[in-house]
Every structure is written in C-alpha cells, then in structure tokens.
Design a protein around this ligand. Structure first.
Ligand code: ANZ
Ligand code: ZN
Length: 831
C-alpha cells in the first residue's frame, strides 16, 4: 500500500498566485489558431472601467471561464478575450468632480481592474485586448461612421429629443429608465436638437426575429425567448393602411395610420399629435377659428412639450383639446371633429389617427370623457367575450358599414385595403415603432464624429487616410450646454477637404453604444490596420459561439450589435447574419440583506476581501454554486465557508489515494465516477454551473466513505473540478508529477491542458431495486431506486420522504430513528 504523504494544510493564499504567474509565464492560455481544430469564441460583455471590479463582474466572468475551460478540455480551441468599454460619461463626470483628466482617470482604472481581474484566475487571453478610447480602436469607429454616411445610413437631422439636463446631452430612448437618465437618474425632458442619427430603421425587417419554430431552426441561433420577443416588440412592426381625410373648408389633408381600416365607418373624430404641422397652420395661419379655442390649443401644445414619449404613453388619464376644425369622412362625407391629444405620438405613423371609440380602448376612454360619438361597426359572434365592456376589439362581422357589411374581420382587412386603394382614399402601409438611433452626444469623452462642416460644401467626411481624428487632450470639458470640443478652436478649425475653404470639425462625439456594437470583431486582431477587422479571420473565428451578458442590454446593446452585423454583411465583410450563436443572460447577486448591493445601503460585498479570506477558488466555486446562472439571489456569507470546507476535503483526500486500489473499483465506484463525468460535463456545457458543483459534492460524499481511493478516481475528480477551481487542482496535479512515478514529465504540463475525462454509457445502466418503506413497522409505500443509490441509506431516506404518502404519515411526528436493510426495507420509527 502506498498511501501518500499529506499535502499539509490547504492555504489558498500560498498557492494561487504562484500558479497564475506560472500560467502566464508558460503562455498556457494564449490563443493560437490551429488548423483543423474547431475554434470556440467565448465572449463576455466588455466591462466599463469604473475602477472597481465588483461581485457582478466576478459572477459573470468566473462562470463564463468555467464554461470556456470545459470547452478547452473537451477539444475546442477556445478564444476568450476581454477589453474595456472605456469612453463615456462617468469618466467625464468623475473627472470633473475630482479634477483629473477623463483619460488619466480611465487608464488608471483599467490598470486597477486588470490587477483585480488577475486574481480570478481566468483563462482570458489579454493579448487580444481592445480598449475603446484608444485611437487605434476609435479610428475604426470613425471609418464605420463614414461608410454609413456614404450609404445614407448616418445622417444629420433635427429631432425632438430626450435631453438630460444634468449630463447636458441627448439620450436614446433605450437610455431612459422610468423617465430618468440611466446614468445619473435626472428627469429627462424634451428638446429640439440637431444631431447625428443612424438609420437602424432601414434594418428593421432583418432585425426582426422569426420566432416560429421553422424560423428558429433556420436562424440556427439560440437566444433567450425574452430577448427575441423583447426586441421584436421594440421594433414593433405593424401592418395597416394610411387613409386621407380632407379638412372641411380648407385645402389641407390629414393622413392617418391605422391597423384597422375595416373600422372606417366607425370613425367619429380624428386626433392629431400636439406636434402635428396642421396645428401650426391653424394657430399661425388665417384659419377661421375663434381666439378662445386658439388660446386653449396653444396652451395645450406648449404643455405637451414638457413630457417625454414614455410619459405620454403611460399617462393614466387621457387629455385633449378640440382644434376648432372638422374633417370630412371619406365614405360618408359626414363632418367629424378634429382633436389634439397627447396620446397620439408625433414619432409614430403619421402622427394622426382616426378614432374608433367603439373598438379601441384609448379612443373609447377619450370619447367618454369629451362626449364624442361612438359608432359600433363590428358585430361579435354571439357570446364572444369582451363585447359588454363598452368597446369591442375581438373578431366579428362588419355592420353599419355600407357595402362592407358582412365582411368577416380581421380576415377581411386585406380586401378593404384593396378597396381603399382603388378609390384612391388610402393605401397599405407598414410602420415600425423603432426610431432611428440618435448617436451623437454633446460631450467630450467619446469618439469625435469624423465630419467637417463647410459653409460652401455642407457636411463633408474626413478623408479616410486622415483617420483617426484624434480627440484633443486639452479641452474645457465641463458641460455648458454645447459640445465641449467646440471650445478647442485650433483643433476645430480646418480647411474643407472638398473646396479647401475654411471649415470646422464636428464637435460632437459618438454615443458609447457605437463603440460596443462591434468590439468583438476587433478582439480578433486589435492591431489590424487595413479594415476594422480581418474578414478572413472573421470567417474562421466568428460568429461568437456564446455571449454572456446582462438582461439590461436586450433593447440597447445587443440590438445595435446585430444592426452593425447586418451592416458589415451588406458591406461584404462577413457572410453570416447574426454575430452570436447563443446568448446567455446572467442573474444578479443581491447584498446579504436581500437588497440590491449599493454603497448607500452599505451592503456591498467586496470580492477582494472574500478572496483574501477564502481564496479565489472558493469564491469561484461559490459563485458557480449559489444559484442558477440566470437567477437572482443574495450573497450568503456562511455558504462560502461551506464551499471552502468542500475544497479542503478534496485536498485532504489526497492522503487516501492508493495506486493499488486502481484495479479494485467496485461496480458502485465505477457507476459514481462515470455518472459524475457525464453530469458535470453536460452541466458545464449547458450553463448549469450550480448543479455541476452539487454533483461533485455528491460524488465526494461517496468517495469520503471509502478507505482507499484509486488514482483514477482522484485524478478524474481533479479534472472535473479544474474548470471551477483552477488553482487548487493545478497544485495537486503538480504534486502528483513530483511525487509520482506515474508522471515522468520533465516539462510543465498543466492540468488545464489535459483532456476532459470520458464516460462510458455502459457503466451508467443500473439495476433497479424496490424498497419497502415502513412507518413503525407497517408497510406504507414501495419506492424504486437505482441499485447504486440504494447502497446509501441517506439517499433512500431522502427518496422515501419525497413520497406524498410517507409525507402524510410523518407529518407532525418526530422521526426517532430509521432502520435500513440494504436494498430491501426502510423503517421509520416515529412518535
Ligand atoms: C383606428 C383603429 C381602430 C385603431 C381600432 C385600432 C383599433 P400599432 O399596433 O401600435 O401599430 N395609432 C396610429 N398612430 C398612432 C400614433 N402616432 N399615436 C398613437 N396611436 C396611434 O397601433 C396602431 C393603431 O394605433 C392604429 O390603428 C391607430 O389606431 C393607433 F379598432 O386606427 B387604430
Ligand atoms: Zn467646402
């Protein structure tokens, strides 16, 4: 018997750094393309350099790392890069507050965070790092922007915009949460601003997910349903028609957009948005409207400007004002009043609607409040639910609708649109709720928009060979309501690339979501200098195989990234449609008190502190084990010490490893080993880190009951644990190399370069046994179990207690003891 020497005490602090240094010295995780080997692109959303790596980062990165390590051991050539999303307002705001330059602040934070990252012990290959605030990165932002401009996909426009008065910048709709700025929490107001837009709307159709089963198969990608549906709703494709209404006694017309042209005979009034130009004609023109009405209209319109689109959509009580004029119904020639109301949005459709209060909830509420007519035109089939509620939105047959009576709707809508088109009263029309992306910011710390304004030539792009337009360092970047770069005169004054006359650079910078829309292309080769990325390399390494990130990016970042991918495809740079085959969204770790961690609550758990107490491996394993990856749960300070003990037990098990036990595994031993190989492998592959850990725990319980453990069992245990606890497993693995004749390797051979163990199905087939369960000696239940499981009394008891019948007999009683006759009878003695 060759029992081994003890490894001494498990002290993570003495081993973890040693191995990280060794791995980096040996280039253990350096990614190299290998012909004939499948590459696996493992991506995590690039972090913002706030200067502090928090537990949320740890949670996502260490679990993504366990997945990557498993893939590597299973034979994939894993590419796991990282970088920093380094532009943006927090740097600027923090810099203003502390009087340091945003660039210095950012670069210092990156340094700190990289040293914190190092303690995780991930296999991230930092040689592919991309930092978005470096000229070698944003040069390509500018290149992409100019290409988009040349294709008409980037344009300068004026729009009523969300304006954050404290950040003094425009925000995209996606940047507003509950009417407040997502960065600083100030209430967002509406302001007419000239700015740059990206025409994401021209990709609206290709961005729609086909959520039918066939569609999902055709896409070949695996994204969560919540993301696919969320994005589709956000894009909001609507098929309908536009219909013209003549204004009584005037030349002007009002065009409405409707998805229910079949209800045209039910229209009793029109409503236009407060921004509708027809109101301007009326208020400032020579229309015959009394002064009182004019004043009311004017006041209403002014008040509406204060509100965001979101406020208006969510407004509880509908408000409105009569405009003083009428429109002519195109089929009945009746005069119907035109109203102005906030619930009609200027940014959607034509900014005007035909109101059908009998069949639309909002119109119904409005008609009731202002005493307007209600005309029912859809007859529900008898007993159709919903008809009692005042307005009816369900299917039925048209009635009171002239020639259309009897048409079944909604099926017949197509026919009605044909009718309207023939009569030249309207035409079919598709609308999207998605807006173009407002992409310029009136702030300093971002990519300069590579455009030049010339009085003679208009807007002229910077010639491509003059890129990058470098962001000047010396600038007064305190917000003053205009773009800070406009104060850097010597930088701003240039000669026009077209006419040579004096011109000015664009002073606005790009939204940082532009930077993060394509960084994962840049990772492939951050030094590449012919294009934003090497198309040939993209063909080999992309699309991304798995993309880990947060649910908050459903409507912003991931949609933009898909948009850029569609654009790159149109540019001929890539051949695929979606940048990531699979998207996985991580959950949230709450403070120990069950609330969101925040400095003001004082419930923030600092990962550095926990690492210095228990070691990185214990933290990693706890973060895998604490909850399903997508879930939300509080940090549990006692559970982590349990995890630490689990690792220590494995460490101590080393002493029981006995080479001579190798040929002597029982059927049960073999079953446990193969079952665990299978389960842990599948779990790490399918992002079920928590159950991977619990099956390792179960196996350890089995092993702990044995006197001797075979080398094969112990080695297998280490290999299965290696993706989760990379430091400790390496330490023990190397002890084998030193102490053991089995390993004759002179060179360093890391456990992380080993193959994943293989299981054999044939060992997983188990005989089943039926066990009789008694309570106080009376037979109450039969349970069936795998015979290997039935060797463990605790497993049998657990299973028995899961039976509803047994639960009934044990309820309110105390189990004094239980007697088990292996494979036959379990008796609970209760009182
Ligand atoms: C008449 C009608 C009758 C409507 C009926 C609905 C039901 P989605 O599905 O979102 O596209 N609408 C059109 N433009 C609008 C705007 N700018 N602001 C607010 N509401 C607007 O909704 C389309 C429907 O929303 C349109 O169809 C219109 O009301 C309204 F029984 O027209 B409907
Ligand atoms: Zn010019």
């Amino acid at each position: 018997m060759s029992k081994r020497k003890s490894l001494g005490r498990y002290i993570p602090g003495t081993i973890e750094k040693k191995w990280r240094d060794k791995w980096s010295k040996e280039h253990t995780y350096e990614f190299k393309e290998e012909a004939g080997k499948e590459t696996y692109y493992n991506l995590v959303e690039l972090p913002y350099p706030s200067g502090d790596l928090h537990l949320g980062h740890w949670f996502t990165f260490v679990n993504a790392d366990a997945h990557a390590r498993y893939k590597k051991m299973s034979g994939s050539n894993v590419f796991f890069p990282n970088g920093f999303d380094a532009f943006g307002l927090p740097a600027e705001n923090a810099a203003i507050k502390r009087n340091i330059h945003p660039q210095d602040w950012t670069m210092k934070n990156i340094e700190t965070m990289k040293s914190q990252f190092a303690t995780m012990g991930t296999m991230i290959d930092w040689s592919h790092e991309a930092i978005t605030c470096t000229p070698s990165y944003y040069k390509w932002n500018q290149w992409i922007f100019i290409r988009m401009f040349e294709k008409g996909l980037a344009y300068r426009g004026k729009a009523l915009s969300n304006w954050c008065p404290s950040c003094q910048t425009v925000l995209a709709n996606e940047g507003i949460e509950d009417g407040k700025c997502w960065r600083c929490g100030s209430v967002v107001v509406q302001k007419e601003i000239e700015q740059w837009f990206l025409k994401i709307t021209s990709f609206a159709d290709s961005l729609l997910w086909d959520n039918t089963d066939e569609g999902k198969k055709a896409n070949g990608v695996e994204w969560p349903k919540s993301v696919r549906e969320g994005q589709n709703n956000w894009i909001g494709r609507s098929e309908g028609a536009s219909i013209q209404f003549q204004i009584s006694n005037h030349k002007s017309q009002i065009e409405v957009f409707t998805t229910r042209p079949d209800t045209l005979y039910g229209v009793t009034f029109l409503v236009v948005a407060p921004e509708h130009p027809v109101i301007g004609q009326m208020v400032h023109g020579k229309w015959q409207i009394d002064e009182k009405t004019k004043k009311e209209v004017f006041a209403y319109v002014e008040a509406a400007k204060e509100k965001t689109e979101m406020d208006r959509k969510e407004q509880k009580e509908k408000t409105g004002v009569f405009s003083g004029f009428y429109a002519v119904h195109p089929l009945t020639s009746e005069e119907i009043p035109v109203w102005i109301a906030e619930y009609v949005l200027w940014g959607y459709g034509t900014g005007a609607i035909m109101a059908v209060p009998a069949h639309d909830g909002r119109d119904y509420e409005f008609a009731k409040k202002y005493n307007l007519g209600i005309k029912k035109v859809i007859q529900a089939k008898n007993g159709q639910p919903g008809e009692e509620s005042g307005y009816y939105v369900g299917p039925g047959t048209l009635t009171h609708s002239g020639d259309w009576d009897g048409i079944v709707v909604p099926e017949g809508i197509g026919k009605i649109i044909e009718y309207l088109s023939e009569k030249k009263l309207g035409k079919s029309r598709v609308e999207y709720h998605l807006h173009d992306w407002s992409v310029s910011r009136q702030r300093y710390w971002g990519t300069p928009v590579p455009m030049i304004h010339c009085d003679t030539c208009g807007v002229v792009p910077v010639p491509l060979d003059e890129l990058p337009v470098v962001l000047p360092y010396e600038v007064d970047y305190a917000p003053k309501g205009r773009a800070p770069l406009a104060t850097a005169e010597s930088w701003q004054n240039v000669s026009c690339p077209k006419c040579g006359g004096s011109a000015k650079r664009e002073a606005e910078t790009l939204d940082t979501f532009f930077d993060s829309s394509w960084y994962y292309y840049r990772y492939m080769d951050p030094e590449y200098d012919a294009l934003p990325f090497d198309p040939q390399r993209a063909e080999r390494l992309m699309p991304v195989d798995i993309y880990f990130g947060g649910a908050e990016h459903t409507l912003g970042h991931t949609l933009y990234a898909r948009f850029f991918t569609k654009f790159f495809k149109d540019e001929g740079l890539i051949a695929f449609d979606e940048f990531a085959k699979k998207r996985v969204q991580h959950g949230i770790i709450l403070g120990p008190d069950g609330f969101r961690m925040s400095k003001s609550r004082g419930n923030v758990v600092n990962p550095d502190d926990v690492v210095s107490e228990y070691g990185a491996d214990a933290v990693r394993l706890y973060l895998a084990f604490m909850m399903p990856f997508e879930a939300t749960a509080p940090w549990n300070p006692t559970a982590i010490s349990g995890i630490y003990r689990f690792l220590r037990r494995i460490w101590e098990l080393y002493e029981r490893v006995d080479d001579s036990a190798d040929g002597m595994l029982s059927k049960q031993d073999v079953y446990w080993m193969h079952k665990t190989i299978k389960k842990v492998g599948e779990d790490l592959r399918e992002i079920r880190f928590n159950t991977a850990v619990s099956s390792l725990m179960e196996w350890l319980n089995h092993l702990s009951r044995k006197e001797q453990i075979s080398l094969e069992e112990y080695k297998t245990l280490l290999l299965l644990l290696a993706p989760l606890a990379p430091h400790m497993t390496e330490e023990i693995w190397q002890m084998f190399q030193i102490q053991d004749s089995v390993f004759k390797n002179q060179e360093f051979a890391s456990i992380h370069q080993e193959d994943w163990p293989i299981y054999d199905e044939k060992f997983l087939v188990q005989d089943e046994v039926v066990i009789v369960v008694q309570v106080n000696g009376k037979v109450r239940e039969n349970i069936t179990m795998e015979s290997a499981e039935s060797k463990e009394k605790s497993a049998v008891e657990k299973k028995a207690k899961e039976s509803e019948k047994i639960k009934g007999y044990l309820e309110g009683k105390t189990v004094k003891k239980s007697i088990y006759i292996e494979g036959k009878i379990l008796n609970f003695v209760v009182s």
